[in-house]
Design a protein around this ligand. Structure first.
Ligand SMILES: NC(=O)c1ccc[n+]([C@@H]2O[C@H](COP(=O)([O-])OP(=O)(O)OC[C@H]3O[C@@H](n4cnc5c(N)ncnc54)[C@H](O)[C@@H]3O)[C@@H](O)[C@H]2O)c1
Length: 387
Protein backbone atom coordinates (compact mmCIF):
# COMPACT_ATOMS: atom_id res chain seq x y z
CA UNK A 1 0.00 0.00 0.00
CA UNK A 2 1.32 3.47 -0.96
CA UNK A 3 0.27 6.77 0.58
CA UNK A 4 0.18 10.09 -1.24
CA UNK A 5 -0.24 13.64 0.01
CA UNK A 6 -1.61 16.61 -1.98
CA UNK A 7 -0.08 19.98 -1.12
CA UNK A 8 -2.61 21.72 -3.41
CA UNK A 9 -6.00 20.66 -4.77
CA UNK A 10 -5.37 18.17 -7.60
CA UNK A 11 -8.06 17.45 -10.22
CA UNK A 12 -10.14 14.39 -9.38
CA UNK A 13 -9.77 12.83 -12.83
CA UNK A 14 -6.08 12.50 -11.94
CA UNK A 15 -6.51 11.18 -8.41
CA UNK A 16 -9.03 8.63 -9.72
CA UNK A 17 -6.16 7.03 -11.64
CA UNK A 18 -4.64 5.85 -8.35
CA UNK A 19 -5.55 2.19 -7.82
CA UNK A 20 -6.80 0.66 -4.57
CA UNK A 21 -3.17 0.19 -3.62
CA UNK A 22 -3.01 3.94 -2.92
CA UNK A 23 -4.40 5.91 -0.01
CA UNK A 24 -4.54 9.66 0.47
CA UNK A 25 -2.95 10.97 3.66
CA UNK A 26 -3.19 14.40 5.27
CA UNK A 27 0.21 13.94 6.86
CA UNK A 28 3.15 14.48 4.51
CA UNK A 29 5.36 12.50 6.92
CA UNK A 30 3.49 9.31 5.98
CA UNK A 31 3.61 9.87 2.23
CA UNK A 32 5.71 8.07 -0.37
CA UNK A 33 4.50 10.53 -3.00
CA UNK A 34 3.57 14.21 -2.93
CA UNK A 35 1.45 15.94 -5.55
CA UNK A 36 1.88 19.69 -5.78
CA UNK A 37 0.95 22.63 -7.97
CA UNK A 38 2.26 25.96 -6.64
CA UNK A 39 2.87 25.35 -2.91
CA UNK A 40 6.32 26.60 -1.87
CA UNK A 41 8.44 23.61 -0.83
CA UNK A 42 11.86 25.21 -0.37
CA UNK A 43 11.60 25.51 3.41
CA UNK A 44 9.76 22.21 3.95
CA UNK A 45 11.28 19.29 5.76
CA UNK A 46 10.98 16.24 3.52
CA UNK A 47 10.58 12.83 5.17
CA UNK A 48 13.04 10.01 4.40
CA UNK A 49 10.25 7.69 3.25
CA UNK A 50 9.28 10.14 0.48
CA UNK A 51 10.19 8.73 -2.96
CA UNK A 52 8.53 11.08 -5.41
CA UNK A 53 7.22 14.61 -5.82
CA UNK A 54 5.07 15.27 -8.87
CA UNK A 55 4.38 18.83 -9.92
CA UNK A 56 1.09 19.02 -11.83
CA UNK A 57 2.43 21.67 -14.23
CA UNK A 58 5.63 22.59 -16.01
CA UNK A 59 7.55 25.08 -13.82
CA UNK A 60 9.37 23.68 -10.78
CA UNK A 61 10.65 26.91 -9.19
CA UNK A 62 8.68 26.07 -6.03
CA UNK A 63 10.57 22.79 -5.44
CA UNK A 64 14.15 22.43 -4.11
CA UNK A 65 15.44 20.11 -6.85
CA UNK A 66 19.02 19.70 -5.59
CA UNK A 67 17.94 19.05 -1.99
CA UNK A 68 15.44 16.45 -3.25
CA UNK A 69 18.08 14.74 -5.39
CA UNK A 70 20.45 14.58 -2.40
CA UNK A 71 17.69 12.85 -0.43
CA UNK A 72 16.94 10.45 -3.29
CA UNK A 73 13.56 11.99 -4.04
CA UNK A 74 12.66 12.02 -7.73
CA UNK A 75 10.87 15.20 -8.82
CA UNK A 76 8.54 14.94 -11.81
CA UNK A 77 6.73 17.59 -13.82
CA UNK A 78 4.14 17.36 -16.56
CA UNK A 79 5.66 19.06 -19.60
CA UNK A 80 3.25 19.70 -22.39
CA UNK A 81 0.13 18.80 -20.39
CA UNK A 82 -0.99 22.42 -20.30
CA UNK A 83 0.62 23.48 -23.57
CA UNK A 84 -2.59 23.75 -25.55
CA UNK A 85 -4.21 25.93 -22.87
CA UNK A 86 -1.26 28.33 -22.96
CA UNK A 87 -1.13 28.28 -26.78
CA UNK A 88 -4.78 29.33 -27.06
CA UNK A 89 -4.27 32.24 -24.64
CA UNK A 90 -1.22 33.42 -26.61
CA UNK A 91 -3.50 33.89 -29.63
CA UNK A 92 -6.04 35.71 -27.49
CA UNK A 93 -3.13 37.96 -26.42
CA UNK A 94 -2.10 38.53 -30.03
CA UNK A 95 -5.64 39.57 -30.98
CA UNK A 96 -6.04 41.80 -27.91
CA UNK A 97 -2.80 43.53 -28.89
CA UNK A 98 -3.89 43.95 -32.51
CA UNK A 99 -7.33 45.46 -32.02
CA UNK A 100 -8.67 47.42 -29.07
CA UNK A 101 -11.21 44.73 -28.16
CA UNK A 102 -11.04 45.62 -24.47
CA UNK A 103 -11.58 49.32 -25.21
CA UNK A 104 -14.58 48.40 -27.36
CA UNK A 105 -16.11 46.17 -24.72
CA UNK A 106 -15.60 48.87 -22.10
CA UNK A 107 -17.35 51.38 -24.41
CA UNK A 108 -20.36 49.05 -24.54
CA UNK A 109 -20.37 48.71 -20.74
CA UNK A 110 -20.32 52.50 -20.42
CA UNK A 111 -23.29 52.75 -22.81
CA UNK A 112 -25.66 50.16 -21.36
CA UNK A 113 -28.25 52.88 -20.63
CA UNK A 114 -27.81 54.50 -24.05
CA UNK A 115 -30.95 53.92 -26.15
CA UNK A 116 -29.03 54.75 -29.32
CA UNK A 117 -26.25 52.29 -28.56
CA UNK A 118 -26.58 50.46 -31.92
CA UNK A 119 -26.26 53.66 -33.94
CA UNK A 120 -23.60 55.22 -31.72
CA UNK A 121 -21.51 52.07 -31.85
CA UNK A 122 -21.06 52.55 -35.58
CA UNK A 123 -19.60 56.00 -34.91
CA UNK A 124 -17.53 54.97 -31.88
CA UNK A 125 -15.97 51.86 -33.38
CA UNK A 126 -13.30 53.68 -35.37
CA UNK A 127 -11.52 54.39 -32.11
CA UNK A 128 -11.07 50.66 -31.51
CA UNK A 129 -9.96 49.55 -34.98
CA UNK A 130 -6.72 47.64 -35.39
CA UNK A 131 -4.84 45.27 -37.67
CA UNK A 132 -5.04 41.62 -38.65
CA UNK A 133 -2.39 39.07 -37.74
CA UNK A 134 -2.43 37.23 -41.09
CA UNK A 135 0.65 37.95 -43.20
CA UNK A 136 2.48 39.45 -40.19
CA UNK A 137 5.78 37.99 -39.06
CA UNK A 138 5.75 36.09 -35.77
CA UNK A 139 8.98 35.20 -33.97
CA UNK A 140 8.76 32.27 -31.57
CA UNK A 141 11.65 32.05 -29.11
CA UNK A 142 11.77 28.54 -27.61
CA UNK A 143 10.29 25.65 -29.57
CA UNK A 144 9.25 23.26 -26.82
CA UNK A 145 5.78 21.96 -25.96
CA UNK A 146 4.16 25.41 -26.09
CA UNK A 147 6.35 27.16 -28.66
CA UNK A 148 5.87 24.44 -31.30
CA UNK A 149 2.08 24.55 -30.88
CA UNK A 150 2.06 28.37 -31.14
CA UNK A 151 4.32 28.30 -34.21
CA UNK A 152 2.29 25.63 -36.01
CA UNK A 153 -1.08 27.23 -35.26
CA UNK A 154 0.19 30.64 -36.37
CA UNK A 155 1.06 29.23 -39.80
CA UNK A 156 -2.59 28.13 -40.13
CA UNK A 157 -3.69 31.70 -39.38
CA UNK A 158 -1.60 32.93 -42.30
CA UNK A 159 1.32 34.31 -40.28
CA UNK A 160 4.90 34.05 -41.47
CA UNK A 161 6.57 32.25 -38.59
CA UNK A 162 10.22 32.41 -37.53
CA UNK A 163 11.30 29.88 -34.88
CA UNK A 164 14.43 30.04 -32.73
CA UNK A 165 15.62 27.31 -30.36
CA UNK A 166 19.30 26.33 -30.28
CA UNK A 167 18.47 23.35 -28.04
CA UNK A 168 15.38 22.04 -29.82
CA UNK A 169 14.58 18.41 -28.97
CA UNK A 170 14.27 15.78 -31.68
CA UNK A 171 10.58 15.31 -30.83
CA UNK A 172 9.87 19.03 -31.07
CA UNK A 173 11.74 19.25 -34.36
CA UNK A 174 9.62 16.40 -35.74
CA UNK A 175 6.42 18.16 -34.62
CA UNK A 176 7.34 21.54 -36.06
CA UNK A 177 5.50 22.51 -39.24
CA UNK A 178 7.72 22.73 -42.30
CA UNK A 179 6.24 26.17 -42.91
CA UNK A 180 8.08 27.52 -39.85
CA UNK A 181 11.37 29.16 -40.78
CA UNK A 182 14.09 27.81 -38.47
CA UNK A 183 16.28 30.73 -37.44
CA UNK A 184 19.75 30.31 -35.96
CA UNK A 185 20.18 33.68 -34.32
CA UNK A 186 17.95 35.85 -32.18
CA UNK A 187 19.02 39.00 -34.01
CA UNK A 188 17.10 37.90 -37.11
CA UNK A 189 13.95 37.36 -35.05
CA UNK A 190 14.38 40.78 -33.42
CA UNK A 191 15.06 42.50 -36.74
CA UNK A 192 12.28 40.92 -38.79
CA UNK A 193 9.27 40.17 -36.60
CA UNK A 194 6.10 42.17 -35.91
CA UNK A 195 5.11 39.91 -33.02
CA UNK A 196 7.60 38.15 -30.74
CA UNK A 197 6.49 35.49 -28.29
CA UNK A 198 8.81 33.84 -25.77
CA UNK A 199 8.45 30.22 -24.57
CA UNK A 200 11.73 29.37 -22.84
CA UNK A 201 12.38 28.23 -19.25
CA UNK A 202 13.52 30.79 -16.71
CA UNK A 203 17.17 29.99 -16.00
CA UNK A 204 20.22 32.17 -15.36
CA UNK A 205 20.90 32.53 -19.13
CA UNK A 206 17.36 33.56 -20.02
CA UNK A 207 16.69 35.89 -17.08
CA UNK A 208 15.76 39.36 -18.37
CA UNK A 209 16.72 38.36 -21.93
CA UNK A 210 13.97 40.72 -23.12
CA UNK A 211 15.80 43.91 -22.19
CA UNK A 212 16.74 47.25 -23.69
CA UNK A 213 19.56 45.76 -25.81
CA UNK A 214 17.06 43.30 -27.34
CA UNK A 215 14.37 45.98 -27.85
CA UNK A 216 16.89 48.26 -29.58
CA UNK A 217 17.25 45.64 -32.34
CA UNK A 218 13.49 45.27 -32.87
CA UNK A 219 11.14 46.96 -35.31
CA UNK A 220 9.25 50.02 -34.10
CA UNK A 221 5.76 49.01 -33.02
CA UNK A 222 6.64 45.41 -32.17
CA UNK A 223 4.21 43.40 -30.02
CA UNK A 224 5.88 41.30 -27.31
CA UNK A 225 4.08 38.36 -25.72
CA UNK A 226 5.35 36.75 -22.55
CA UNK A 227 3.35 33.77 -21.39
CA UNK A 228 6.43 31.99 -20.04
CA UNK A 229 7.79 33.66 -16.88
CA UNK A 230 7.75 37.25 -15.58
CA UNK A 231 11.50 37.49 -15.04
CA UNK A 232 12.32 36.75 -18.68
CA UNK A 233 11.64 40.43 -19.28
CA UNK A 234 13.02 43.56 -17.65
CA UNK A 235 9.87 45.45 -16.63
CA UNK A 236 11.54 48.86 -16.45
CA UNK A 237 13.04 48.40 -19.93
CA UNK A 238 9.59 47.34 -21.20
CA UNK A 239 8.03 50.58 -19.93
CA UNK A 240 10.84 52.66 -21.45
CA UNK A 241 10.43 50.89 -24.82
CA UNK A 242 6.66 51.49 -24.73
CA UNK A 243 7.28 55.15 -23.94
CA UNK A 244 9.62 55.46 -26.96
CA UNK A 245 7.07 53.77 -29.25
CA UNK A 246 9.40 50.82 -29.82
CA UNK A 247 6.94 48.37 -28.23
CA UNK A 248 3.31 48.78 -29.32
CA UNK A 249 1.92 46.37 -26.72
CA UNK A 250 3.43 44.11 -24.09
CA UNK A 251 1.14 41.19 -23.36
CA UNK A 252 2.02 39.15 -20.31
CA UNK A 253 0.47 36.43 -18.19
CA UNK A 254 2.38 37.68 -15.13
CA UNK A 255 1.16 40.73 -13.22
CA UNK A 256 3.90 42.76 -11.53
CA UNK A 257 3.51 45.97 -9.57
CA UNK A 258 5.62 47.77 -12.19
CA UNK A 259 3.40 46.82 -15.15
CA UNK A 260 -0.11 46.51 -13.71
CA UNK A 261 -2.36 49.25 -15.07
CA UNK A 262 0.29 50.77 -17.34
CA UNK A 263 -0.74 52.01 -20.77
CA UNK A 264 -0.11 49.49 -23.58
CA UNK A 265 0.54 46.67 -21.14
CA UNK A 266 -2.03 43.93 -21.39
CA UNK A 267 -1.62 42.04 -18.14
CA UNK A 268 -3.42 38.76 -17.53
CA UNK A 269 -3.43 37.16 -14.06
CA UNK A 270 -1.56 33.93 -14.93
CA UNK A 271 -4.44 32.24 -16.75
CA UNK A 272 -2.33 30.32 -19.32
CA UNK A 273 -2.92 26.91 -17.83
CA UNK A 274 -6.20 27.74 -16.12
CA UNK A 275 -8.45 25.58 -18.21
CA UNK A 276 -10.33 22.49 -17.10
CA UNK A 277 -8.44 20.50 -19.70
CA UNK A 278 -4.98 21.70 -18.62
CA UNK A 279 -5.58 20.98 -14.96
CA UNK A 280 -7.03 17.58 -15.77
CA UNK A 281 -4.18 16.70 -18.13
CA UNK A 282 -1.54 17.78 -15.60
CA UNK A 283 -3.16 15.81 -12.78
CA UNK A 284 -3.50 12.67 -14.91
CA UNK A 285 0.05 12.88 -16.16
CA UNK A 286 1.43 13.50 -12.64
CA UNK A 287 -0.39 10.48 -11.24
CA UNK A 288 0.69 8.24 -14.14
CA UNK A 289 4.33 9.27 -13.61
CA UNK A 290 4.16 8.62 -9.86
CA UNK A 291 2.54 5.22 -10.39
CA UNK A 292 5.07 4.12 -12.99
CA UNK A 293 7.89 5.13 -10.65
CA UNK A 294 6.51 3.59 -7.46
CA UNK A 295 5.28 0.38 -9.11
CA UNK A 296 7.92 -0.21 -11.79
CA UNK A 297 10.81 2.11 -10.90
CA UNK A 298 10.53 3.83 -14.30
CA UNK A 299 11.35 7.54 -14.48
CA UNK A 300 9.60 9.68 -17.08
CA UNK A 301 9.70 13.49 -17.06
CA UNK A 302 11.89 13.95 -14.02
CA UNK A 303 13.67 17.25 -13.54
CA UNK A 304 16.39 16.00 -11.18
CA UNK A 305 17.06 12.37 -12.22
CA UNK A 306 17.60 10.77 -15.64
CA UNK A 307 14.94 9.15 -17.73
CA UNK A 308 14.89 5.38 -17.28
CA UNK A 309 12.37 2.83 -18.53
CA UNK A 310 12.62 -0.95 -18.15
CA UNK A 311 8.91 -1.56 -18.56
CA UNK A 312 7.15 -3.88 -16.11
CA UNK A 313 9.29 -6.30 -14.13
CA UNK A 314 8.59 -9.88 -15.15
CA UNK A 315 11.47 -11.48 -13.22
CA UNK A 316 11.77 -12.46 -9.54
CA UNK A 317 12.59 -8.98 -8.39
CA UNK A 318 13.63 -5.43 -9.23
CA UNK A 319 15.85 -3.11 -7.20
CA UNK A 320 16.14 0.64 -7.76
CA UNK A 321 19.26 2.50 -6.66
CA UNK A 322 19.45 6.30 -6.70
CA UNK A 323 23.05 7.39 -6.43
CA UNK A 324 25.56 10.07 -7.24
CA UNK A 325 27.14 10.02 -10.66
CA UNK A 326 30.60 8.81 -9.55
CA UNK A 327 33.20 6.44 -10.97
CA UNK A 328 33.20 2.77 -9.96
CA UNK A 329 29.77 2.64 -8.35
CA UNK A 330 28.35 0.08 -10.81
CA UNK A 331 31.15 -2.32 -9.83
CA UNK A 332 30.33 -1.84 -6.16
CA UNK A 333 26.61 -2.64 -6.32
CA UNK A 334 27.02 -5.52 -8.77
CA UNK A 335 29.66 -6.94 -6.42
CA UNK A 336 27.14 -6.82 -3.53
CA UNK A 337 24.66 -8.76 -5.66
CA UNK A 338 27.34 -11.33 -6.53
CA UNK A 339 28.42 -11.75 -2.88
CA UNK A 340 24.78 -12.40 -1.97
CA UNK A 341 24.42 -14.97 -4.74
CA UNK A 342 21.87 -12.89 -6.64
CA UNK A 343 22.04 -12.99 -10.42
CA UNK A 344 21.26 -9.77 -12.33
CA UNK A 345 19.24 -10.66 -15.44
CA UNK A 346 18.84 -7.13 -16.81
CA UNK A 347 20.00 -3.69 -15.77
CA UNK A 348 20.04 -0.05 -16.80
CA UNK A 349 22.22 2.74 -15.48
CA UNK A 350 21.56 6.35 -16.48
CA UNK A 351 23.09 9.57 -15.29
CA UNK A 352 22.13 13.20 -15.37
CA UNK A 353 24.57 15.80 -14.10
CA UNK A 354 25.69 14.87 -10.59
CA UNK A 355 23.03 12.20 -10.11
CA UNK A 356 22.37 8.75 -11.51
CA UNK A 357 19.90 5.91 -11.35
CA UNK A 358 20.23 2.16 -11.69
CA UNK A 359 17.47 -0.41 -12.10
CA UNK A 360 18.39 -4.07 -11.63
CA UNK A 361 16.15 -7.00 -12.53
CA UNK A 362 17.21 -10.07 -10.56
CA UNK A 363 16.61 -13.82 -10.79
CA UNK A 364 15.87 -14.40 -7.08
CA UNK A 365 14.30 -12.18 -4.41
CA UNK A 366 16.73 -9.72 -2.86
CA UNK A 367 17.63 -10.32 0.78
CA UNK A 368 17.45 -7.78 3.61
CA UNK A 369 21.22 -8.21 4.14
CA UNK A 370 21.98 -7.33 0.51
CA UNK A 371 19.79 -4.21 0.72
CA UNK A 372 21.62 -3.05 3.86
CA UNK A 373 24.97 -3.53 2.08
CA UNK A 374 23.74 -1.54 -0.93
CA UNK A 375 22.61 1.34 1.31
CA UNK A 376 26.07 1.50 2.89
CA UNK A 377 27.86 2.06 -0.44
CA UNK A 378 29.33 5.55 -0.51
CA UNK A 379 27.33 7.87 -2.85
CA UNK A 380 24.20 5.70 -2.76
CA UNK A 381 21.26 7.99 -1.89
CA UNK A 382 18.33 5.59 -1.72
CA UNK A 383 17.65 1.92 -2.37
CA UNK A 384 14.18 0.61 -3.04
CA UNK A 385 12.92 -2.92 -3.60
CA UNK A 386 10.22 -2.68 -6.22
CA UNK A 387 9.37 -6.36 -6.33
N1 LIG B 1 1.55 30.92 -18.53
C1 LIG B 1 1.44 29.74 -17.98
O1 LIG B 1 0.50 29.44 -17.27
C2 LIG B 1 2.47 28.68 -18.28
C3 LIG B 1 2.08 27.33 -18.29
C4 LIG B 1 3.02 26.37 -18.63
C5 LIG B 1 4.33 26.74 -18.89
N2 LIG B 1 4.69 28.05 -18.83
C6 LIG B 1 6.05 28.47 -19.12
O2 LIG B 1 6.23 28.45 -20.54
C7 LIG B 1 7.61 28.22 -20.85
C8 LIG B 1 7.71 27.12 -21.90
O3 LIG B 1 7.10 25.93 -21.42
P1 LIG B 1 7.14 24.58 -22.29
O4 LIG B 1 6.23 23.62 -21.61
O5 LIG B 1 6.98 24.86 -23.72
O6 LIG B 1 8.67 24.15 -22.00
P2 LIG B 1 9.58 23.15 -22.84
O7 LIG B 1 10.65 22.70 -21.92
O8 LIG B 1 8.76 22.13 -23.54
O9 LIG B 1 10.23 24.10 -23.95
C9 LIG B 1 11.17 25.08 -23.66
C10 LIG B 1 12.03 25.24 -24.90
O10 LIG B 1 12.88 26.37 -24.71
C11 LIG B 1 14.12 26.06 -25.32
N3 LIG B 1 15.13 26.97 -24.83
C12 LIG B 1 15.82 26.91 -23.67
N4 LIG B 1 16.66 27.96 -23.59
C13 LIG B 1 16.50 28.68 -24.72
C14 LIG B 1 17.10 29.88 -25.23
N5 LIG B 1 18.02 30.53 -24.53
N6 LIG B 1 16.69 30.34 -26.42
C15 LIG B 1 15.75 29.69 -27.14
N7 LIG B 1 15.17 28.53 -26.73
C16 LIG B 1 15.54 28.06 -25.53
C17 LIG B 1 14.35 24.61 -24.99
O11 LIG B 1 15.27 24.01 -25.90
C18 LIG B 1 12.94 24.04 -25.14
O12 LIG B 1 12.74 23.52 -26.45
C19 LIG B 1 8.29 27.88 -19.54
O13 LIG B 1 8.92 29.06 -19.04
C20 LIG B 1 7.15 27.53 -18.60
O14 LIG B 1 7.47 27.81 -17.26
C21 LIG B 1 3.77 29.03 -18.55
Amino acid sequence: MFQYHCLNPIANVGLELFSQEYQKTDDIKEAQAVLVRSAAMHEMELPDNLYAIARAGAGVNNIPLEKCAQQGIVVFNTPGANANGVKELVFAGMLLASRDITGGINWVLENTENENISKDAEKAKNAFAGCEIARKKLGVIGLGAIGVRVANAATHLGMEVYGYDPFISVNAAWSLSRSVKHINNLEEIYRECDYITIHVPLVEDTKKMLNKEAFAQMKDGVVILNFARALLADDEDILAAIEEGKIKKYVTDFPTSVLAGKENCIVIPHLGASTEESEDNCAMMAVEEVRDYLENGNIRNSVNFPRCDMGVCSGAGRVAILHKNVKGIIGKYTAVMGENNINISDMTNKSRGDFAYSLLDIDSPVTEAAIEQLKKIDSVLKVRVIK
